[in-house]
Design a protein around this ligand. Sequence first.
Ligand code: 9MJ
Length: 698
Amino acid sequence: MSAPDRIDELRRLIADADHAYYQLDAPSVPDAEYDRWMRELRELEATHPEFVTTDSPTQRVAGKPSSAFAEVRHAVPMLSLNNAFADDEVADFVRRIVEATGESEPAFSVEPKIDGLAITLRYEHGVLVQGATRGDGTTGEDVIANLRTIRAIPLALRVPAGLPVPEVLEVRGEVYMPKAAFERFNERAHAAGEKPLANPRNGAAGSLRQLDSRITAKRPLAFFAYGIGEVQGFGLPATHSVLLKSLAGFGLPLAPEVDVASGLDGVLAYYRRIGVARETLPYDIDGVVYKLDRRDLQEQMGFVARAPRWAIAHKFPAQEEVTSLEGIDVQVGRTGAITPVARLKAVRVAGVVVTNATLHNADQIARLDVRVGDTVVVRRAGDVIPEVARIVPERRPLAADGSPLHPAFVMPTTCPECGSAVERAEGESVMRCTGGLYCPAQRKQALIHFASRRAMDIEGLGERFVEDLVDFGYVQTVADLYRLTLDDLLAMKRRADARDGVTPETVKQGKIATRWAENLLGGIDQSRNTALERLLFALGIRDVGEATAKQLARWFGGLDALIAASVDELLAVPDVGPVVSARIHGFFAEAHNREVIAALRERGVQWLEGPPQRTAEGPLAGKTVVLTGGLSAFSRDEAGAHLEALGAKVAGSVSKKTSLVVAGEAAGSKLDKARELGIEVWDEAGLLDFLRAQGRIA
Ligand code: 9MJ
């Protein structure tokens, strides 16, 4: 093959691979193969520089940094959108359209509102020749060198066979940084001691503003198209939704959530659907956009100022809010982990009042450079614990000499609950109290965990009773729960009442109020009969969650076999790696823990044991499945039981070993991770189809 032919072929192969990867979300070749094509193309172009063209993939990263961006006047102004925050503002918008057009149920193109940076791409005769930011809508900055580095942006249109190449096609859309890429970028920045990005949007904006496109090339940016500017030599479709499909036909990426809805009910249903999915999307969105679908009607509606009257952005409540940090406390958890917690001036974030937010650990405090008195950005996403995302450095209170008014926070060197030394294990960012069960905070958390619904399920044993039981010395270990008497509980209550200065109910009512104590003893008694897996989970062995406890119970059948197991024998259990096997072995090696188990047995706690089950059969044998998010047809436990019955191992967290992830509504980081690792993902409908096909459900 001649050099120019091979050059053409390589360019086509690379463009096809980029298209499969970025537009179809279905990688078609291994990275190594792709890299070999790029290398060969670079070599051929180096020996035949006369064949180098601007749309060659080797030209995505140009050589030299520029000193400034040139101005670009947009041939067609880049619009902004009016915002709606409440349903009735959307209702007004739809009503105006109904009245102006006479359409009773107008159709809308409905789109996620990507939180990135608006740009325009100009293709002349199918080749990308210019790219600019929105700027003020009339004039933007020429950032073509940076845009070329984004592999989701085709350097040349893929014109479908039989269609003429448009003379001019300006495509408008959003450059964004995927959430996973943002996380990875920040992890690396942190490891390298560099400044992290505040959020994916700033990541996208900052990256496009680099004067050296070699830096931009290292930033993982992506692109979605959502509109057009100047067009020549291309017959535009009658509706915006079909127009978007033609853009996709030219190889431009569209957000997969783009859809068509009709009337007010239709767009509001879309808003709710995307609101639920928001957390699981691999990119940040800050709302949805409704655009009147028929372009002739758009023209009829026209514009006010710079915004069209035929489109509106319906915003989601902000996930970030600004407030002030009033103090930093430290909390001691069940495993002794010492967590700094920010006490905040109350602020509403995404519909919930937040007064505490986690600061995670000492590293995070250092990274954020956060001090008492700072103005902070609090972030609350979905059902995750609110966290302090960053500070607003300009608003730090200063002393007269310009130095910070408040000192930097230092983590305590002794446990605030028990005074034991605080340790930081090699390679871990978490600090832990070394007091173990001597530490009342750890003891309390261990009891709360032991009694919790998914562990021993002791009804009536709430956090407050646990506090008092430990503080007054009635309970040291979990086994002590099983020798509590009615007299103990009543005596404890009297002491607690005296401490709190409340009139004892016994005096108030002239009789002994024993109902609560009887209920608690009943709850404790009921928990005496349990399952081995529940007991194992309840013991609170570090890193032994429900899924691992279940595996251990199945594998060993009985507790004595598990206690006798060596580290190597433990390693054979599915889902158990070196760290967990060492933890389990270490737990049972400790005399104190074996004594607690003996005391539990002695005090009548029994658990079901059975023969060890070490093989799985069925269509899912050998597969590890993770369930995440909410299911509507049944609970996650039920779904897990069905999958296990078909031979699957159900695990709690996603790793390289995971074969399949079932993602329900509002699935979060596990789904992100599955996508990152390229693991097969089913939605609930997919699961139901499978279970139906297996005859497990009707
Ligand atoms: C975003 N940001 O995703 C528009 N946008 O349309 C979508 N922005 C837009 N449309 C006209 N999906 C102006 C801006």
